[in-house]
Design a protein around this ligand. Structure first.
Ligand SMILES: Cc1ncc(COP(=O)(O)O)c(C=O)c1O
Length: 450
C-alpha cells in the first residue's frame, strides 16, 4: 500500500470547525491535518493512492464460529425450541435502554410489523423521507397506506422536519423518520409534531445501531424502533432484524405478530391474539449477533474517530461537503459516511466521472439514493386496482401535486456514500480518501476531457 501523502508539515489549520447555514448544526472541532494532492491520478496513468482493499466485512472471529456451531449442534434451530434468540433480545433491549426487543427475519419485516401493530392501514397517511432505502417506502405500501414524502435537509441529509407539520392532515397516522447512514434525524421536532397531532412514531433505525439523540439510543425515542442486521450493516448476521419498544401493549402485539399471532403468554389457549406472520429469527442469526455484539463498541469507536478525521480533511476540499449533524445527535455510529459533491469546484467534472476516477484510486465510493417520490413504480401503485378503490381520484391528484421534494432532487445528483468499511482501518487509510479526492480535483480538467 502506498504511503499517505497527507501531511501535517505544510500547513496548519487552527480549527476545522465552521458554522453551517443557520448555525443549527454541530460540527466536529478537530485540528485538521492538511490534505496534499501530489501524484498523477490513476485514471490518467498514475499509481493509485491505494492498491490494497479496505478491511473486509463482516468480521469473523473464533467466537462467531464457536457460537454458530454450538447453535447448529444443539439442533434447536428454531427459536421455539432454543434460548439464544431470547438471550439476544434481552441483551439488545438492555444495551439500547428499551424495555423490549424482538428479533425478526430482517429490517423490512420489522417495519411491516411495526406499521401493522400500530394499525396503519388503507386510507391512512404516513410521513417518511423521500431520501432513504426503498424498504421504508415498501412498508407503507404494504399496509395500503399513502406514503407522504418529506423533503431532505441538505445540510444533514436527514428528513427536513421544518416541512413536517405542513404535511399533516386528518388522515396522517404515523411519522416514519429514518436515521440515515448512522446520523440521526431531528427527533425533537419529530416528537413535537407527533405529540401535537397525536401521531405514532416508528423510527427506521436500520442504518443506525446505537447512534444517539441527546444520549438516548436511536430506535427508543418513538413508539417502535426498527433495525436491520443484513450483511453490510454495522451489526450483521447475513439477514436479520429487530423491533424495539418500551410500550407493553405494542410489545404483546409485536410478539404475537412475528409468531403467527400466538399470544406471548397464553399461546393459543384462547385463540390467536390477532392476525400474524412468521418473522421468527433463527437461532443461528441470534448466535452470530451475540458474537458480533462483543466487538461492536471497539469497531464503532474506531469508525467514529475516522469519520471525524475524514470530516476535518474533506472540509478543506472545496466542492465536497460532509453531512452535518444536529446538536442533538450525540453519537453517529457511521454506517455510511454521507457527503455532497459539487462539480463546479471540479471544473465541471460530472459526479459519475469523479466516481470512476475515485474507484481507480482504490476508493470505492458510491452515489446517492434516487428520490423515492420519483420512483416509476410509485405510479403503478397509485394506479393499482386497490389504491384506486381506497383513494378517490381527487385525493390521488392532490397527493401527486404535493409529492414534490426539490432538495432531494438536488441531493440525488450530488450525494456521495462512503461505506463504513472505509472507516474501519487506520487514520492513514482514512487520509487516503481525502488524498485521492484532492488529486482528482487538481487534475479535474484533464479527467473531464477523457
Ligand atoms: C433505511 C433502511 N430501512 C430498511 C432496510 C431494510 O432492512 P433489511 O435489508 O434488513 O430488510 C434497510 C436496509 O438496508 C435500510 O437501509
Amino acid at each position: 500500500m502506498k504511503r499517505s501523502l497527507i501531511s501535517r508539515r505544510q500547513f496548519t489549520f487552527g480549527s476545522a470547525s465552521a458554522a453551517f447555514a443557520g448555525g443549527h448544526l454541530a460540527v466536529a472541532n478537530h485540528a485538521a491535518a492538511a490534505v496534499v494532492s501530489e501524484g498523477k491520478p490513476a485514471i490518467l496513468g498514475g499509481a493509485p493512492v491505494r492498491s490494497d482493499p479496505f478491511p473486509s466485512w463482516p468480521v469473523i472471529e473464533k467466537l462467531d464460529e464457536e457460537q454458530f456451531l454450538e447453535s447448529l449442534r444443539q439442533k434447536k434451530w428454531c427459536r421455539l425450541y432454543g434460548e439464544t434468540t431470547t438471550r439476544l433480545e434481552e441483551r439488545l433491549a438492555r444495551l439500547m435502554g428499551a424495555r423490549h426487543a424482538i428479533g425478526v427475519v430482517n429490517g423490512t419485516n420489522a417495519l411491516y410489523a411495526a406499521l401493522y401493530v400500530l394499525d396503519v392501514g388503507p386510507g391512512d397517511e404516513v410521513l417518511l423521507p423521500a431520501y432513504t432505502f426503498v424498504a421504508t417506502l415498501n412498508a407503507v405500501i404494504q399496509q395500503y397506506a399513502l406514503p407522504v414524502f418529506v423533503d431532505t435537509d441538505l445540510e444533514t441529509q436527514q428528513l427536513d422536519t421544518s416541512k413536517l407539520e405542513s404535511l399533516v392532515t386528518e388522515n396522517t397516522r404515523c411519522i416514519l423518520p429514518v436515521h440515515l447512514g448512522g446520523n440521526v434525524a431531528n427527533m425533537d421536532e419529530v416528537l413535537r409534531v407527533a405529540v401535537k397531532h397525536n401521531l405514532a412514531v416508528v423510527e427506521d433505525a436500520c442504518q443506525a445501531h446505537f447512534s444517539e439523540w441527546n444520549g438516548r439510543r436511536t430506535g427508543t425515542l418513538g413508539d417502535i424502533g426498527c433495525f436491520s442486521f443484513q450483511s453490510t450493516k454495522v451489526l450483521p448476521c447475513g439477514e436479520g432484524g429487530a423491533v424495539v419498544t418500551s410500550r407493553e401493549d405494542l410489545y404483546d402485539r409485536l410478539h404475537a405478530y412475528q409468531n403467527n399471532g400466538r399470544d406471548r403468554l397464553k399461546g393459543t389457549r384462547d385463540g390467536y391474539l390477532h392476525q400474524g406472520s412468521n418473522l421468527r429469527m433463527t437461532e443461528f442469526q441470534a448466535a452470530l449477533l451475540l458474537a458480533q455484539l462483543t466487538r461492536f463498541e471497539q469497531q464503532s469507536r474506531n469508525r467514529e474517530e475516522n469519520a471525524k478525521h475524514l470530516t476535518s480533511l474533506l472540509k478543506q476540499i472545496p466542492g465536497i461537503k460532509p453531512a452535518g449533524m444536529y446538536p442533538g445527535c450525540t453519537r453517529n455510529t457511521s454506517y455510511v459516511y454521507l457527503a455532497r459533491y459539487d462539480e463546479r469546484s471540479f471544473k465541471g467534472l460530472s459526479r459519475s466521472a469523479f466516481l470512476r476516477a475515485l474507484h481507480k484510486e482504490g476508493i470505492p465510493c458510491g452515489s446517492s439514493y434516487r428520490p423515492l417520490n420519483r420512483e416509476p413504480f410509485m405510479e403503478k401503485v397509485l394506479n393499482s386496482r386497490h389504491y384506486r378503490r381506497i383513494y378517490t381520484g381527487e385525493r390521488l391528484r392532490e397527493y401527486r401535486e404535493k409529492s414534490q421534494c426539490p432538495a432531494t432532487d438536488v441531493l440525488s445528483k450530488e450525494g456521495l456514500f462512503f461505506s463504513h468499511t472505509m472507516l474501519m482501518g487506520t487514520r492513514q487509510d482514512t487520509e487516503q480518501i481525502a488524498e485521492a479526492i484532492a488529486r482528482i480535483q487538481k487534475h479535474a480538467e484533464e479527467i473531464a476531457r477523457l
